[in-house]
Design a protein. Structure first.
Length: 78
């Protein structure tokens, strides 16, 4: 099952490219592909799908696990 796990603020998600790396807390992620918000958004919260319309999401894979805490910054790695 794939679900949204991290929401961002201040990060140009649309500018991310496959194979770019991100650090969130102790976790290292690799961007794999862009995807569009799915229809399950409405199941989570009525109106959320409409709010997300026109915004892309990124699917990432875990390179290194760890702890992510609410408020941890997201660092785009070179």
């Amino acid at each position: 099952m794939i679900r949204d796990n991290i929401t961002t603020e201040g990060l140009n998600v649309n500018g991310l490219k496959p194979r770019e790396s991100l650090r969130v807390g102790e976790v290292l992620l690799e961007v794999t592909m862009a995807c569009m918000p799915c229809g399950q958004m409405e199941d989570l919260r009525p109106g959320l799908g409409k709010e997300m319309r026109g915004r892309r999401e990124m699917l990432c894979r875990f390179v290194k696990g760890g702890i992510i805490r609410r408020g941890d910054g997201i660092e785009k790695l070179a």
